[in-house]
Design a protein around this ligand. Sequence first.
Ligand code: ADP
Ligand code: MG
Length: 886
Amino acid sequence: MSTSSQGSSTNRNANRNSLKPSSNVKSKPIQRRTTTASAVKDHTTVPGRVRVAVRLRPRNAEELVADADFADCVELQPELKRLKLRKNNWDGETYEFDEVLTEFASQKRVYEVVARPVVESVLDGYNGTIMAYGQTGTGKTYTLGRLGEEDTAARGIMVRAMEDIFADVSLESDSVSVSYLQLYMETIQDLLDPSNDNIAIVEDPKTNDVSLPGATLVEIRDQQSFVELLRLGEAHRFAANTKLNTESSRSHAILMVHVKRSVKGRDASHSSENGNHPHMVKSLKPPIVRKAKLVVVDLAGSERIDKSGSEGHMLEEAKSINLSLSALGKCINSLAENSAHVPFRDSKLTRLLRDSFGGTARTSLIITIGPSPRHRGETASTIMFGQRAMKVENMIKLKEEFDYKSLSRRLDIELDKLIMEHERQQKAFEDEIERLATEAQHRISEAERNYVESLEKERSKYQKDYMESIKKLEEKFVMNQRKNEDPHMKSNTEIPSITAEEMADLKKMLQKETLLRKAAEGETNNLKIQVAELKQSEASAKIEISKLYKILEEESHQKEKLEGEIAILQSQLLQLGLEADETRRHLDRGGFSKEVGGRDSLTSQIKHQQQVSGNGEKPSIAKLFEQVGLQKILSLLESEDADVRIHAVKVVANLAAEETNQGKIVEAGGLTSLLMLLKTTQDETIHRVAAGAIANLAMNETNQELIMAQGGISLLSMTAANAEDPQTLRMVAGAIANLCGNDKLQTELRGEGGIKALLGMVRCRHPDVHAQVARGIANFAKCESRASSQGMKSGRSFLIEDGALPWIVQNANNEASSIRRHIELALCHLAQHEANARDMISGGALWELVRISRDCSREDIKTLAHRTLASSPSFQAEMRRLRLSH
Ligand code: ADP
Ligand code: MG
């Protein structure tokens, strides 16, 4: 029978029964992560062909009358998924599709077979496209865009898709946002904001991801607001089309639904631990988000537009209107034929749909046809478009990534909590110490008071007793005297004498006095003991206080340690982010790892870091810098722990990539520490990262002189001689290349073996290393040339003396432009001085210069080479000899 039906039968047979993909997303989850360490880096990809369904519109009122005597131009066999396009009553061609939908197919059924698998796939984290193609009036808008407000059974694919999305997402953790656009005459207009009528497409050259940063993006939280948004878009579309004097059939309508979901409960399989992180790392697992995009495209009518302008369009307009559609056809043809080149860049539509055809999205195409035999030609071409689209293979890829932003937020909160807890503890300690001190003071003064009081009491008691005894004695004495003076006394001359009785009394009194004194002495001793005891307890209180001080000291020590740990963790997080990003880029590029441009790459890593941290927030590295302090980070460079050293040097390198930090780093002695690291450690990673940091610092003239003054060139040369890792060599070469660009350092640099070290590194075949070597040579040649023309240097170039010429000549036509351009410049600089001419001629450099002056694609270099050759008598003579012209 027909030949065309065989064309696509190979792919089709496997999935004859359904438009759904062979690996049904819901029932048989696509194989996800396998290992723990590289979990998220392992983006799952599965093959997925573009699915194509055909839908026939019922005859409309006009056709019922006008075509009453004619049969439909197509005959459908839905159970066989076949369509027969009649040539005449007895002959026709048969085509197979993934799904054949008759004029009786309900909107619900159309949604289920065409759109639902794509929507489910988007909910699982894959990009998806649903697109309608066909002649104007065949039902594209009916199929995709009907709101079905008057009759819910009539709801189209857009409305039903959003219903399914809302049924599946959780509004707490997920988000759904929508853009709605119109593409007309290669201009993208925002249907949600008509004033926004020229939106640019932005492509990420590395990932090929396409985005429209200028388009309005509305986050929606319920079905009702989505329907309102669609209605608003339709109204704007009508207005825009009226203004442009066109109809919607001439423009493409594009709905983009961004679904962002956080992946819960799977964290266990996403650990990035490799066993040697500190204990806090468990809380460092970044959450995972899936960001998938559903694109629904209502294409412009596929009929050929009359170029005569009969519909009021100028020829240019007509071309422009069809440009996107014909570019789409060309891309699909190239993809169907597996051509090496697919002309995606030819139109805005194909740039926008890059991921949908031959990309990573799951794509479903519905082609719409009418029954009328009068449009047989258009119907046939629509069918052929569908047949070709069925041959397009996509590689469907999970859009999953770490959510570093929320991890960083979480870490910030944890840090704040730790700081608060520490402050609280410190306050409690200080309060306790104060309390103890006052208490002890209290006790001491009370004891002292008691002592003074009781001493006073004793003293006055003894004084009183003493006075009393004296008084008694005096009384007795007076009595005795009186007795003596008495006339009854025996004799006047008799000496007054004390009777035995009185004597005994006196003795007794004396004894009593003695006893009392002894008691007082005992009491005094007692008090003395008490005071001594009190003194002792005061001393022990002091010991306790000093113990508490010690504990406090330990606490603050602990706090410092924790802060250090947090710094390391944050630097690890940073590193993880950079590495994850790096790996993702590599994977996206096809797995081969290759970085470009030493300085540029470091700077771009930081730039990326800034992007990751979001618009409003400060980059977290700068935050780290503020929180932890440069001094502390630098002091970690000398840590005992190799891991800590590595992380610290990475942080310093990241800081050094930003110009604003460079001064501070050098001031704080960072340059010296980095140079020391080259000398004192054997670790390749440290060498690589430290050299990278030095390369960044060496961009500034003052730093270049400092590096030289601190013996940096011999350290770099030593590293260059011992390193094997191409990335280390690239960094070292980058650093030396920067030094080569300083006019003042030429002689010293060369004298200390800088050029030899640079040339030595070409033993590593990596093109990035060669590019840096070439840059260094070009820098050096430029400075030398300047010095020569100012009369400050004479004789042959140091480059030639140090044997650089053979490598220069050999690489002058290197296919990598980053190498070639530098060498071309170096050759021009060298050629400007007659002293170099003889070596250059004998070394073959003249041929290269002639080639550059003829063929170089950079006009400025070409002119420079030409001028240089023309002004050199030696070159002119040699060229005349060889009968060369240029
Ligand atoms: P297109 O967007 O391809 O130009 P429309 O969707 O505007 O076509 O459809 C043209 C007309 O045909 C509309 O009046 C629409 O209601 C009607 N129509 C299209 N498809 C169907 C269908 N399957 N059943 C009933 N009417 C339909
Ligand atoms: Mg339409």
